[in-house]
Design a protein around this ligand. Structure first.
Ligand SMILES: Cc1cc2nc3c(=O)[nH]c(=O)nc-3n(C[C@H](O)[C@H](O)[C@H](O)COP(=O)(O)OP(=O)(O)OC[C@H]3O[C@@H](n4cnc5c(N)ncnc54)[C@H](O)[C@@H]3O)c2cc1C
Length: 482
C-alpha cells in the first residue's frame, strides 16, 4: 500500500517529527526537479542523517510496499527525483560531510549530500583536483552526480563521474548495506559492482558514502573565447584541435540563439550577430599549456574566427566562462517553458547533428537553441516554448523524437549525461534494444523485487508479486497540481 498512517507513525518514531515533512508547502518544494512539465506531490519527505536510517526507511518501504524516491538537490533534467504517486522522498542533502581528504592516496571519502562545488573547492585548497564539473556544480550533490553518472565541462580530457568513483557504501532496495571498492587503484575481485551502480538513477540502491579519486591540481590553465560568423567554422575548429592531438579540458559551444539570450539577460558584451562561440580551456604543465594555447589560437584564426580572446588571469578567465555558465538560465528566461535535451553523437558528427537540429526546428517552426560540450559530441538542443500551447508542445515532441532518432542513426545516444528518468523512457529501447532493455528490467527485479525504489523511472518496473505496483503511473504535468 502507498504511504499510510502506519508508515508515517514508524517514520516519526525513528526519525523524529521534525525530520518527516508533511505540510503542503514543504511537499510542494519536493514535487519537481529541474525538468519542465513534470511534477507530483509526495506524501512525505524523510530526512535521513546516516546509513542506518537509510536502511531502516528501505526496510519499512518493503514491508509496507511504499514507493521511495531518493533525492539530492533536485537539479536533475530527466525527472529522476520527481516523486511518484503515494511515495516518500528520501532526502539525502543532510548527509553532507567530507569525511576525509587523503593526500597520500589521492582520494576523498564523502557523504552523498556534499555539494560538488564544495568538494572541488576543498580539495583545491590542498593542491588537489576533482575534475567532474557539471554546469550545476554549485548546487548539485555528489549522490545525484553518481546516480546520473554526471558529465560536465571537463569531460573531453578528464572523463565523467564514473571515472572517479573508486568505492561506495550503498543501501540496496531491500535494505542491506553494502561496502564496495575502496582506496585500491587496482581491484578485480569479482564483478565490479560499484561501476555497475554508477548511473543507476536511484533505481538499484541509495548511496550513503563514496571514495572518490582525486588528481594533482594542474599547474597552469589558459582560457580562450573564439567567436565565429559561421557555425560550421566553429565545428571544424573542434575537429582540427583534436586532429592536432590536443585535448583541451573544456571545449564548449554556443550557437547564435544561445549567445543572444545570454546577452539579453546578462549583458556580458557578447557579439549577438555572431554565428557561434567556442569556449576553450587547456590545462597541465605551464610550457605545454602555453604551446597548446598558441596552436589552438592559430587553428581558430585559420578557421576564420572573427574575434579571439585569451584570458590574462583567473578573473578574466571567469569572465570568459560566464557566457557558457549562464547559457541554461538565460535560455530558461526567454520563454515560459524551456525544454533542454541531451543528445550525444560521435565527435565527427557534431557539425551534421547541429545541422539536423536546425533543419528540424525550421520544419516544425520552433525556436531550438543549441549549446553544449562540443568536444564530447554532447549537445543540448533547447526548445524555447510555452507548455500552455498544446499544438506547439505536440510539435516539440515530434521535433525531439526526430532529433533522438537522428542521433541514434549517427551512432549516438538519446542522453549523454542527464539520464533516462521519466523524460526519456519512451526512447530507451531504441538505444538499448529489446534484449538490453529486458536485461535491465531483470536486474532491477532481482535487486528490487517489490519495485519500491524509484519505480516508474527508466522503464516500468513490475514487482514479482501479483497486483499493481504502489506508485505506478506517470508523474503528472506540473501544471496539473497547481
Ligand atoms: C543549470 C544546470 C546545469 C546542469 N549541467 C549539467 C552538466 O553539465 N552535466 C550533467 O551531467 N548534468 C547537468 N545538470 C543536471 C543535474 O545537475 C545532474 O544530473 C546532477 O547530477 C543531479 O544532482 P542532484 O543532486 O540535483 O540530484 P537529483 O536531481 O536530486 O537526483 C538525480 C537522480 O539521482 C538520484 N539520487 C540522488 N541522490 C541519490 C543517492 N544518494 N543515492 C541514489 N540515488 C540518488 C535520484 O533518485 C535521481 O534519480 C544540470 C542541471 C542544471 C539545472
Amino acid at each position: 500500500m502507498p504511504y499510510s498512517p502506519r508508515v508515517h507513525h514508524r517514520l516519526v518514531e525513528r526519525l523524529g517529527r521534525e525530520r518527516v515533512l508533511v505540510s503542503p508547502e514543504e511537499l510542494l518544494t519536493y514535487s519537481y526537479d529541474a525538468t519542465p512539465m513534470l511534477g507530483h506531490r509526495p506524501e512525505a519527505v524523510a530526512i535521513v542523517k546516516n546509513a542506518d536510517e537509510v536502511a531502516f526507511v528501505h526496510r519499512l518501504a518493503n514491508e509496507e510496499l511504499c514507493p521511495l524516491v531518493p533525492r539530492g538537490s533536485g537539479t536533475g533534467l530527466s525527472g529522476g527525483s520527481v516523486p511518484v504517486p503515494g511515495s516518500v522522498v528520501l532526502l539525502m542533502t543532510h548527509m553532507n560531510r567530507i569525511l576525509e581528504i587523503d593526500s597520500r592516496n589521492l582520494t576523498a571519502t564523502v557523504e552523498p549530500g556534499v555539494i560538488t562545488g564544495v568538494l572541488q573547492a576543498e580539495v583545491e585548497k590542498l593542491g588537489l583536483f576533482y575534475p567532474p564539473d557539471p554546469g550545476s556544480a554549485r548546487i548539485c550533490t555528489l549522490g545525484g552526480n553518481v546516480a546520473e553518472n554526471a558529465g560536465g565541462l571537463r569531460g573531453l580530457k578528464y572523463g565523467v563521474t564514473k571515472n572517479y568513483v573508486m568505492g561506495m557504501e550503498v543501501v540496496l532496495p531491500t535494505g542491506e548495506l553494502l561496502k564496495l571498492g575502496g582506496k585500491c587503484v587496482k581491484d578485480v575481485a569479482g564483478y565490479n559492482l560499484s561501476d555497475f551502480l554508477v548511473g543507476s538513477e536511484g533505481l538499484l540502491g541509495t548511496f550513503t558514502q563514496f571514495t572518490l579519486k582525486l588528481l594533482p591540481k594542474p599547474e597552469a590553465r589558459k582560457t580562450m573565447l573564439a567567436v565565429y560568423d559561421s557555425i560550421s567554422d566553429a565545428a571544424e575548429t573542434v575537429s582540427d584541435i583534436i586532429a592536432a592531438h590536443i585535448l583541451p579540458c573544456t571545449l564548449e559551444f554556443l550557437d547564435q540563439m544561445t549567445v543572444r539570450c545570454v546577452e539579453e539577460s546578462f549583458q556580458l558584451g557578447l557579439l549577438t550577430d555572431c554565428g557561434a562561440l567556442l569556449l576553450i580551456e587547456v590545462d597541465g604543465r605551464q610550457p605545454v599549456v602555453e604551446e597548446d594555447a598558441r596552436t589552438i589560437m592559430d587553428i581558430c584564426r585559420k578557421r576564420h574566427a572573427r574575434s579571439l580572446s585569451l584570458a590574462g588571469g583567473e578573473d578574466e578567465a571567469e569572465g570568459l566562462r560566464a557566457a557558457r555558465r549562464a547559457a541554461f538560465s538565460a535560455l530558461a528566461r526567454a520563454r515560459p517553458t524551456c525544454i533542454l535535451e541531451d543528445v550525444t553523437v560521435p565527435r565527427s558528427e557534431v557539425a551534421p547533428m547541429v545541422e539536423v537540429v536546425r533543419r528540424i526546428a525550421k520544419e516544425e517552426d520552433l525556436l531550438i537553441a543549441n549549446f553544449g560540450h562540443a568536444g564530447d559530441g554532447n549537445l543540448h538542443p533547447t526548445c524555447l516554448t510555452d507548455e500552455r500551447n498544446e499544438s506547439e508542445i505536440e510539435r516539440v515532441h515530434r521535433a525531439f523524437t526526430a532529433i533522438f532518432h537522428a542521433a541514434v542513426r549517427m551512432g549516438g545516444t538519446i542522453t549523454g549525461e542527464h539520464g533516462v528518468g521519466i523524460a526519456k523512457k519512451p526512447f530507451l529501447e531504441c538505444v538499448a534494444g529489446p534484449e538490453g532493455l529486458e536485461l535491465m528490467k531483470k536486474l532491477k527485479a532481482t535487486l528490487d523485487p517489490n519495485a519500491i525504489l524509484n519505480p516508474g523511472k527508466m522503464f516500468e518496473a513490475k514487482p514479482r508479486r501479483e497486483g499493481p505496483l504502489p506508485g505506478e503511473g506517470r508523474a503528472e504535468p506540473r501544471r496539473a497540481q497547481r
